[in-house]
Design a protein around this ligand. Sequence first.
Ligand SMILES: *[C@@H]1O[C@H](CO)[C@@H](O)[C@H](O)[C@H]1NC(C)=O
Ligand SMILES: *[C@@H]1O[C@H](CO)[C@@H](O)[C@H](O)[C@H]1NC(C)=O
Ligand SMILES: *[C@@H]1O[C@H](CO)[C@@H](O)[C@H](O)[C@H]1NC(C)=O
Ligand SMILES: *[C@@H]1O[C@H](CO)[C@@H](O)[C@H](O)[C@H]1NC(C)=O
Ligand SMILES: *[C@@H]1O[C@H](CO)[C@@H](O)[C@H](O)[C@H]1NC(C)=O
Length: 460
Amino acid sequence: MILSKWLATLLGGTLAVQGALAIDVNVDDESSLKSAAKKVATRMMQYYDDRESKNIPGKLDGTWWEGGSMFMTLILYWFVTGDSQFNAAIQEGMYFQKGDDNFFPSNYSQYLGNDDQVFWGLAAITAAEFNYPERDGEPSWVSLAQGVFNTQIPRWDTSSCHGGMRWQIWPYQDGYLTKNAISNGGLFQLSARLALYTGNKTYADWAERIWDWSATTPLLNTKRWNIADTTTVGTQCTDHGDFQWTYNYATYISGAAYMHNYTNGTETKWKEGVLGLVKTSQQFYPTKGFNDANGQILSDTTCEPLGNCDRNQITFKAYFTNWLGMLTTIVPGTYDLIFPQLRTSAQAAAKQCSGGDDGEHCGIRWYKQAEWDKTKGLEQQMAVLGVLSANLIPFKNKAPLTLASGGTSKSNPNAGTNSSDNDIPVLNNIGTGDRAGAGILTVIFVTGWAVAVTWMIRGG
Ligand SMILES: *[C@@H]1O[C@H](CO)[C@@H](O)[C@H](O)[C@H]1NC(C)=O
Ligand SMILES: *[C@@H]1O[C@H](CO)[C@@H](O)[C@H](O)[C@H]1NC(C)=O
Ligand SMILES: *[C@@H]1O[C@H](CO)[C@@H](O)[C@H](O)[C@H]1NC(C)=O
Ligand SMILES: *[C@@H]1O[C@H](CO)[C@@H](O)[C@H](O)[C@H]1NC(C)=O
Ligand SMILES: *[C@@H]1O[C@H](CO)[C@@H](O)[C@H](O)[C@H]1NC(C)=O
């Protein structure tokens, strides 16, 4: 290690020292996992601290939703390691972006999708389930999750497909005519977790409604246990965009796990859903053409082999690993199904952290193991942090808390309802049938927004 560091210094970072370094981890050893996770998290937070928009807590450059998913990943990291060094940044970012207690802040709400908002809600319910520290004078974590639920439910759209959440929220957005797996699966999971945490049946009823509706569309095929990424309202949700993504599967698997636990295992459909979808998500542990991954190393196979994963897609494995890892605490008997591959994936992921000038920046193609794939960034760090933290869940061995089992975050079923956030923004006065114009308007709108933001950044 010392020799390698010296070599790296000598080469001055101009020549990549691929494969020479990497992060060591022994997945059988809690302290080894903790120190590896800490290195990866620290590097991730350096990216966070170096961002251009750092005067806006919780806002990453060029993306709003990833702030929420990053905090969600960090809250689990805190839970399994006890490392509180990032807590001030997490709390500050979460509260700053809370909007009217519903994570729909007016700076960004005009161009958000339901999936963007729901990730912040999932971060908040994660905080509630772990008794993550709250600040005096701020709304409780669970109430912020309830605020997201309360703003999204009125958007349940029966004007097409007999239900479902649209991907984008406003008629002028591209994607308004799409209903997708992550928006529906995200709200399904949030509802299921609110049901278990609060014990309030209304949330469970909604979770079941979303699952059952999804199963009437290609978004959730409960015979073949396939999850399509998208469907569109023009066909009454019969067409399907079939890209396969880890997080789509994980979001439905996790929600079904919470419902299984909420129903005390009395409704077989939830356990069947968990087992069925875990089985088909084996496709993300490929065997052929992925070095010697041998069915043991997690991969977003739709983009990784082509090397064209965008920044969103690079984060997906963080959620897959965290949600599947956590469900083993509420669905007994699933450890042997899930953890062997999470363990081999963590080992491979740590080896992939062998890039950059210090030889410890992570790439995204874990199946390449010690051969760094020459990509790096906050998202790569987040994905590896996810799988390392997931491997600490069995050491922690604690199920998510509920109000009945010691959760201290206070429920407020009316959170987020006192706002006009669901009124269509003034800028939109196009007819809903005006499809051709909608895309153009989006471009104008987004461009205008980008110009405004650039101006604000330059001006500030
Ligand atoms: C909204 O934008 C303004 C102007 O850039 C900024 O000062 C403020 O912090 C932003 N608020 C949020 C919640 O991001
Ligand atoms: C599950 O069991 C608990 C404890 O017996 C009970 O209080 C609760 O009402 C049950 N939940 C459901 C949804 O039946
Ligand atoms: C629900 O989760 C608890 C852990 O909180 C576990 O003890 C219990 O067995 C689970 N219930 C079911 C039906 O799996
Ligand atoms: C349960 O949640 C619903 C929906 O938010 C709310 O109207 C109701 O008051 C809640 N019930 C209790 C007992 O908190
Ligand atoms: C609701 O919003 C109005 C206007 O912003 C405010 O005056 C009122 O205090 C709010 N009520 C609650 C219960 O937050």
